[in-house]
Design a protein. Structure first.
Length: 682
């Protein structure tokens, strides 16, 4: 797969920062002290969860999807194995309503609206942050305002100690399921104001692991109970990215180039002793993006962002079963290639009318195009193009302990298609209001509430997919409401270093939900706006930091109770699932992380629990139940110093109790696995 044709691209990505740096004049640069703004006045207005620093670095997880499991209110849909799709859902509103931002710019997929988080490694991550509603500031792009919830992936920025100008980290991971993962990160200080980084990772594994497959009949007797090996879960993936970071007077800029290339098996459903079917997926993802921020005056601040992305996806489908393991057609085979292009530009202007009153105007423009090559299929492809213009007018005001943040987002979407004259054009306005109040001056206790209306456009697949898409689809509309509090307890003169607790209650109502409904032909479905889902829940997060002698302890505990019920009607009639919990929504879920540091040793324990839920079938009946699952993960790390070199060794044990479980029905997850990691820092 990695032949000579990829060598020029590798060289370009590796040396792009140097080429960009050659355009920078050092004579015009001045040395300024770096300032990190925490945005304290906005911090309590919106529910936020974050993993960063040692807690993130020492977690026994190595991709973004696995780490996000530890946030309250999130559900990861994992289709099993190293090559399986991994997506995130927040508060059961749907994957499409989650905006995932990579270094401040949203990751997009106009074809199906899904971001595969399994592609993004934690090795280069500085922090993961999740906001319900939106980020607690108005100095952000219109796309930030337009999402129901947002997840921010922030990669590491170069930091140089003393007089160092070069940092180099080499890491190697191996695992008990034939897994090899070498990687490196190189950071270079080019001047007092400019630095660069280059990182790369290569993953190769056959992905095979043992699993237990057990199913009962309706009368409770055992229908199947066997142990087998998971096949078609292999992966060979290469990731390369480079960044250039600069500081200017009262501002900063950065540029990034990213490339991901993979050849992986996406395993199919396990049913009736069928263990080998599935499909293969070949990906090539490339994007380049840049950000410029500057304070032109004490009152006026400006931000600009730009991005170009090219995504190639090749599916070869041999699996003839659906997600429940039911055979849908004999001999089905597809060999499809899709080519996506995206251009994105954003400008943000913020002005401080008063020291306590700010106003901002954000304008975004995005262009998406999808081409396809579909072998063996004689139907016409629509070749859609989408032009999206967004603007967001926002304002924030602070008075003593009271804070208010309001915004309205305007969206205009225009489409062009080759073989369909009814391409939808949409114009929508969606408001949001956030309130925060600190009632006691002597206590760090904060109350908050928000209401937000958002919508999502149908994806290209929803609109134009062969024999399924419907160009008359309306957007999904959602109203969400939240009330909550955060309390940072005083920890003076105690063994606690920090102690905070936050809780939120929420309600969501989704109308015109896009669902697939059957037609007269069992094998031909159509997309239509018939769905309505109402959800409610409670989320709680407890963070603790403490010390016992020379041992430093940090803990993060979460618990979520949620209900999301289907109130869908078709032709005015209630469906059989009316009032039922929607698929894969557990009533209870929770997680825990405990991290301990002692001199050069580190110990990490993590726990995840997901309660009873129902599979993708329509009714909440006994046969559709998916049993609760939980995992325990352990990691031990030891740091060494050898002359000027720093070394670290780690041993990780995942799924310690070897529990056999499924996140998605009929897609078994790995049992107990052992991983070894060694890293050398120069």
């Amino acid at each position: 797969m990695y032949n000579r044709k990829k060598l020029p691209l590798f060289i370009f990505i590796l040396f792009a920062p140097l080429l960009l740096h050659s355009q920078v004049s050092n004579d015009s640069l001045q040395v300024l002290k770096e300032v990190i703004l925490k945005g304290k006045p906005y911090q309590e207005v919106i529910p936020v969860q974050s993993l960063s620093g040692k807690l993130l670095e020492n977690l026994a997880s190595h991709n973004v999807a696995d780490a996000l499991r530890y946030f309250a209110g999130t559900q990861i849909k994992d289709y099993g194995g190293l090559g399986g799709l991994k997506t995130v859902d927040v508060r059961n509103m749907g994957t499409h309503h989650v905006g995932v931002f990579y270094d401040g710019v949203q990751l997009g997929n106009a074809q199906n609206g899904v971001t595969d988080l399994g592609k993004y490694s934690l090795d280069d991550m500085e922090s993961l942050t999740m906001y319900n509603g939106q980020k607690s500031e108005i100095f952000q792009s219109a796309k930030d305002f337009a999402a129901a919830s947002t997840i921010y992936l922030r990669t590491k920025r170069p930091v140089f100690e003393r007089n160092k100008k070069t940092n180099l980290l080499v890491r190697y991971k191996t695992m008990s399921i034939n897994y090899n993962d070498p990687s490196f990160r190189w950071e270079q200080k080019l001047s007092d104001k400019v630095s660069m980084s280059v990182s790369s990772e290569y993953i190769r594994s056959n992905g095979e692991y043992k699993f237990r497959y057990k199913r009962n009949n309706l009368d409770g007797t055992v229908a199947y109970d066997t142990t087998a090996t998971r096949h078609n879960s292999d992966i060979a993936a290469l990731r390369i990215e480079s960044g250039l970071y600069g500081k200017i007077n009262n501002g900063s800029w950065d540029a990034k180039v990213y490339y991901y290339d993979s050849d992986r098996g996406a395993p199919g459903a396990i049913v009736e002793n069928k263990f080998s079917d599935g499909f293969r997926q070949y990906d090539k993802n490339f994007f380049s993006q840049g950000t410029f921020i500057k304070d032109f005056t004490e009152k006026y601040k400006f931000q600009a962002k730009a991005k170009y992305a090219y995504d190639y996806t090749h599916y070869v489908a041999r699996d003839t079963t659906n997600i429940l393991g039911e055979i849908v057609t004999e001999g089905a085979q597809s060999d499809d290639s899709y080519y996506q292009q995206e251009y994105y530009f954003s400008a943000v202007n913020m002005y401080s009318i008063l020291p306590t009153w700010d106003i901002s105007l954000s304008t975004d423009f995005q262009y998406n195009r999808l081409n396809a090559t579909r072998r063996g299929i004689q139907t016409l492809f629509s070749y859609p193009q989408r032009y999206t213009a967004l603007f967001a007018l926002a304002s924030s005001y602070r008075l003593d302990g009271f804070k208010v943040l309001g915004s309205v987002v305007g969206t205009h979407v225009q489409e062009e298609v080759r073989y369909n004259a009814k391409a939808p054009n949409k114009t929508e306005f969606t408001p949001a209001l956030f309130l925060g109040y600190t009632p006691f001056k002597d206590y760090d206790f904060n109350l908050r509430a928000f209401a937000k209306r958002i919508f999502r456009m149908p994806t290209f697949n929803d609109l134009y997919y062969t024999m399924v898409g419907s160009s008359t689809l309306r957007p999904e509309y959602m109203n969400q409401y939240d009330v909550g509090f955060t309390y940072n307890l005083p920890v003076n003169k105690s063994f606690f270093d920090k102690l905070s607790f936050q809780a939120d209650a929420y309600y969501t109502n989704t109308k015109d939900k896009i669902v697939a409904a059957p037609t007269g032909n069992l094998f031909r479905w159509m997309m239509t706006n018939i769905g309505q889902v109402k959800g409610k829940g409670i989320e709680s997060v407890l963070n603790m930091g403490m010390h016992i002698g020379k041992v430093s302890l940090e803990a993060n505990l979460t618990y979520t109770y949620s209900e999301s019920r289907d109130y869908t009607k078709f032709a005015g009639l209630e469906l059989s699932s009316y009032g039922d919990q929607i698929p894969y929504t557990p009533w209870s879920s929770g997680s825990g992380i405990l991290n301990a540091d002692y001199k050069t040793w580190n110990f990490n324990y993590s726990f995840i629990y997901v309660g009873k839920r129902y599979n993708g079938n329509v009714n909440n009946i006994k046969v559709n139940e998916v049993q609760p699952w939980y995992t325990h993960d352990l990691a031990v790390q030891k740091s060494f110093a050898f002359q000027q070199y720093k070394m670290k060794g780690a041993v990780e044990l995942n799924n310690v109790l070897n529990q056999h479980y499924e996140v998605i029905y009929n897609y078994p997850m790995p049992g107990r696995t052992l991983k070894f990691i060694i890293s050398i820092e120069l």
